[in-house]
Write a protein that binds this ligand. Structure first.
Ligand code: HEM
Ligand SMILES: *[C@@H]1O[C@H](CO)[C@@H](O)[C@H](O)[C@H]1NC(C)=O
Length: 324
């Protein structure tokens, strides 16, 4: 009997270790001011530039989808390695990473070698949602930083020209469901997009239609003014437009915009191309609270994809370079 109990306890303990690798409040004893230092840096930067909030939320997604949430997104390219940062979905579209550098510098001064870059980003993403009016979540922490960052692996990040099946597949590869993908796509309620992420919908859609028929005509007309074609028919790769009419407010208007065909990305509009996904979009369009809760739950799950814990990886001292 005692043997059985001991066995059971071991099994329970092992399985809980596997499940709860990360814990909320991880730094409470290790570096008590960590969470507040990160919050201060996010807030300070946000007051100067509202764009850093969407930037940090997206950065967390891009970090997690490539080799797990291991801070590999921050690593700079070197003469012998092209890093994630310089992969196709990143490059000039990334923003807000300097906030993590600033927080890291203060955290190294406060408690050297304790707080990982991957964790800083996970907190900063939650803070960014709170700052823009969304519902935060208890951030599970204890991630360690990876030592590998390869541009080629950014292929795992879904792209703006993909359809529902392709995007669902990309999430399935990370053990995330289509429902969770739809909830997370609501992050596009904040931020901006470069014109080149959707200009095919305005000028070059298909042999039959130069303009995407699933894009509202009035929005298309506006976007053509904001994203004009140059003499060669190309669109300036530096031009950007807001994702929607309230790009600094974390609310569910994104889903009503999809229903009205007023979203810029094909990958957003595609969310209503199956009966099941359409019904979830409708649900979120009219139930703000349900979406905020599902979004937070899905972020907690996404933030634990393939994390390094314990003695794996390292605590990078500079988020941009792996430790010597
Ligand atoms: C479902 C598949 C997704 C696709 C295809 C996609 C694609 C894109 C694209 C093309 C942009 C515009 C980037 C630019 O041109 O500057 C963008 C922006 C953004 N994405 Fe996604 N995304 C997806 C999912 C997500 C998820 C899961 C999140 C976070 C939970 C997210 C957060 C954001 C944010 C906040 C922005 C605005 C960035 C800024 O303002 O700097 N996206 N996304
Ligand atoms: C998905 O789940 C399977 C089975 O539990 C696991 O082997 C795999 O590593 C997981 N993949 C990711 C990206 O978490």
């Amino acid at each position: 009997m005692a043997l059985l109990a001991a066995l059971l306890a071991t099994v329970l303990c092992l399985s809980s270790q596997i499940k709860a690798q990360l814990v909320v409040g991880f730094y409470n004893s290790r570096c008590p001011r960590a969470e507040s230092i990160i919050w201060e840096e996010v807030l300070k930067a946000f007051l100067k530039d509202k764009g850093i909030a969407p930037g940090l939320v997206r950065a967390h997604f891009h970090d997690c989808f490539v080799r797990g949430c291991d801070g590999s997104l921050f690593i700079d390219s070197t003469p012998t390695n092209v890093a994630e940062k310089d992969g196709p979905p990143n490059g000039i579209t990334l923003r807000g990473l300097e906030v993590v550098d600033n927080a890291k510098a203060r955290l190294e001064a406060e408690c050297k070698g304790v707080v990982s870059c991957a964790d800083i980003l996970a907190y900063a993403a939650s803070d960014s949602v709170v700052i823009t009016g969304g519902r935060g979540w208890g951030v599970p922490a204890g991630r360690r930083d990876g030592r590998i960052s390869r541009a080629a692996e950014t292929i795992d990040i879904p792209g703006p020209f993909q359809n529902l099946d392709q995007i669902t597949q990309a999430f399935a590869k990370k053990n995330m469901t289509q429902d969770e993908m739809i909830a997370l796509s609501g992050a596009h309620t904040i931020g901006r997009s470069h014109c080149t992420s959707f200009s095919n919908r305005l000028y070059d859609f298909s042999p039959a239609n130069s303009q995407d028929p699933s894009l509202d005509r009035f929005l298309a007309a506006l976007l053509k003014i904001q994203c004009p074609q140059g003499p060669q028919g190309d669109v300036d790769p530096n031009l950007v437009v807001p994702m929607n009419r309230s790009p600094a407010l974390f609310e569910n208007s994104y889903y009503r915009d999809i229903l009205a065909h007023r979203v810029v990305l094909t990958s957003d509009q595609t969310l209503i191309t199956s009966p099941e996904s359409l019904s979830e979009v409708r649900e979120y369009a009219f139930n703000e609270r349900e979406w905020q809760e599902d979004f937070a739950d899905a972020m907690v799950k996404m933030s634990q994809i393939e994390v390094l814990t314990g003695t794996a990886g390292e605590i990078r001292s500079n988020c941009r370079v792996i430790n010597p």
